[in-house]
Design a binder for this molecule. Structure first.
Ligand SMILES: Nc1ncnc2c1ncn2[C@@H]1O[C@H](COP(=O)(O)OP(=O)(O)OP(=O)(O)O)[C@@H](O)[C@H]1O
Length: 387
């Protein structure tokens, strides 16, 4: 059966790398023709849906495909620690970076006050800002704040508060003069940045630095592969210090060839630009009024019935709105080739273990079914057991 390629003007399956996404979904729920997404050109894609309906799963499917595609460098920001299964593939390479670090000077001085949670217009904020402007590493910033320049008229309380903020930033453990750069991220295969141990502020610092360095490296022609940045829980970053770097990719990423795939359960928390600049929107089940309205506001004219009338109901089903082909498709996302780490724990699984425990006697011997069954079988067969 012919594969339909979304995000590609002519839909030609032989015109460069593609990501096998799944199958068209017929009205009766059966599978139709295979569906793929274009990986040959840069795209801005959104994956939205309420909790548990397959956003991270779909992101994982796309990351698997990008990892396999020649000429593409997928970088997965993993705030929940659910993408390490990508390393278990026999057909592509993937590396998990457990403690991603970035250079302090990858964050612009003007963003440092907000990053450490202070107002840039306050004395503490301007002290932090100046320290970032005058130095290039976090330890140099701290040294700068410890001994304020004579012209700065910074009082001891301000100095103490700025010291505390920077000490806290140091404790995040994400700043390192040898931190990640674009060439380390654009090797063959996928790179997963495990940020599950980090709070939103340091994760924002990592996302800013990574997004910016991928963009700048492509503008300078310093890396060959086309980077695809996969971002789970994207609302955390569009609402944080990372936002300007993400906006730059959304609005100017196409020319240098940088793609973004942003997943969120709260499309209403995304800035308008994230909806208006995305050319592929993958919509899983959504029920919250503001989230449905946010998507409806971005409804293209070619979708006469509107997104709201076509929302999927089952996990793994998705409505793909494709601005390139000016069409929307009901798709069943394929199963993952590598393990998905986002499975929610279930009380019933714990209850099954509890039952197993109850079947054990205090001295640890099985009192339960298997031993009893063996004895009962022997009895019924009339076997005599020696005393
Ligand atoms: N395409 C699919 N094929 C098979 N199972 C799927 C598919 N998509 C989702 N699932 C199932 O649904 C579960 C929930 O998916 P997922 O973890 O991606 O949810 P989510 O929308 O990312 O939720 P959260 O917001 O909690 O991260 C998966 O663990 C998996 O069991």
């Amino acid at each position: 059966m012919k594969t339909d390629v979304l995000g590609r003007r002519d839909g030609d399956a032989d015109a460069g790398p593609l990501a096998r996404l799944g199958h068209h979904r017929a009205r009766d729920g059966s599978d139709g023709a295979p569906v793929a997404l274009d990986l040959d050109r840069p795209h801005a894609a959104l994956v939205v849906g309420k909790r548990g309906y397959g956003k991270s799963y779909t992101l994982g499917v796309l990351a698997e495909e990008a990892a396999r595609a020649p000429g593409v460098a997928p970088v997965v920001v993993d705030p929940m620690g659910v993408f390490s299964g990508l390393t278990e593939s026999a057909t592509f390479a993937a590396e998990v970076i457990q403690h991603p670090t970035v250079r302090a000077d990858a964050i612009p001085p003007a963003a440092w006050p907000a990053l450490v949670g202070t107002d840039p217009d306050s004395p503490v904020g301007s002290t932090v800002w100046r320290a970032a402007s005058e130095t290039g590493t976090l330890s140099a910033m701290r040294a700068f704040v410890d001994v304020p320049p004579e012209d700065s008229r910074v009082g001891p309380e301000t100095t103490r508060a700025a010291q505390n903020r920077l000490r806290r930033a140091d404790s995040w453990g994400v700043f390192d003069p040898d931190g990640l750069d674009a060439s380390a991220l654009c090797g063959p295969g996928a790179t997963v940045l495990d940020c599950s141990a980090l709070d939103p502020a340091p994760t924002n610092a990592v996302v800013y630095a990574v997004a910016r360095s991928l963009y700048d490296a492509r503008v300078r022609g310093a890396v060959e592969r086309l980077p695809w940045l996969f971002l789970d829980e994207a609302h955390v970053f569009f609402d944080g210090v990372a936002a300007p770097a993400l906006r730059a990719i959304l609005t100017r990423g196409r020319a240098p060839g940088v793609s973004l795939v942003a997943a969120t359960q709260r499309p209403s928390a995304l800035p308008d630009v994230a909806l208006s600049q995305s050319d592929l929107r993958m919509v899983h089940r959504l029920t919250a009024g503001p989230d449905v309205r946010a998507l409806t506001a971005a409804d293209p004219t070619y979708l006469s019935a509107g997104v709201a009338t076509r929302l999927p109901t089952r996990p793994g089903d998705v409505l793909v709105v494709d601005d390139t082909a000016e069409a929307a498709y009901d798709v069943r996302v394929r199963t993952r080739g590598t393990p998905h780490g986002g499975e929610s724990p279930r009380a019933s699984a714990v209850a099954a273990d509890d039952t197993g425990d109850a079947d054990r006697s205090a001295d640890g011997r099985d009192t339960g079914d298997e031993a009893g069954d063996a004895a009962r079988t022997a009895d019924s067969a009339g076997t005599e057991t020696a005393e």
